[in-house]
Write a protein that binds this ligand. Sequence first.
Ligand code: MG
Length: 252
Amino acid sequence: MVVLKTRKEIEKMRVAGAISAGALKAAGAAVEPGISTYEIDEIARKYILCHGGKPNFLHYNGFPATACISVNEVVIHGIPSRKQVLREGDIVSIDLGAEVDGYHGDNAATFACGRISDQAQKLIDTTRASLYEGLAKAVAGGRLGDIGSAIGTYCEERGYGVVRSFTGHGVGRALHEDPAVPNYGTPGHGVRLLPGMTLAIEPMITMGTHQVRILPDGWTTVTTDGKWAAHFEHTVAITADGACEILTLAED
Ligand code: MG
């Protein structure tokens, strides 16, 4: 069931979203050769706690950290580790969120570790741009398929793989709510977009196949061909008048 939020609830999500965005920014700013993904996770955790939020990924279905940190061929759900030390040229996807007063934010971005290859930069740029293609279709009166189609078509036309076995989702009183928000679809099909819907839209895009598999730790999701992936995500609210509102914007 899709839960529509009131103006007051969206106000609370704006607060949770701002802390989520600030934590993502702080974590991303720490990405550099020599730092471990555990240390980055600590930065995110402390940021959220210091700003009055709760890390909402921590212990979610048993996930052991504040952030999912996914390096290179890891698409999503990488587990931060002291043993994983970043190297020049890596690309690092960080996905995290904060809960404040019962409402959730969720956002992600892929960061460059030092100098990265042109192909890796293009993957990152394309994935970020595809998120904004999707956001442009997140308007009242449209359909869920408009969003997925915009993202998927943009990436596939440029030769990238669009992960299908994981999707975006509704978000608000829970971290994951209905509806699922796929990164593919048919324009004019799917759930009707209504004012008060709050969605996490999150393209997961690869340089090769869209096929992924989960490692034996039960979380780490990698491309089956070992090619690299990028991931961008915003939490947004569908508004009554035109463009969606991005709720995961850092305060400055
Ligand atoms: Mg999400």
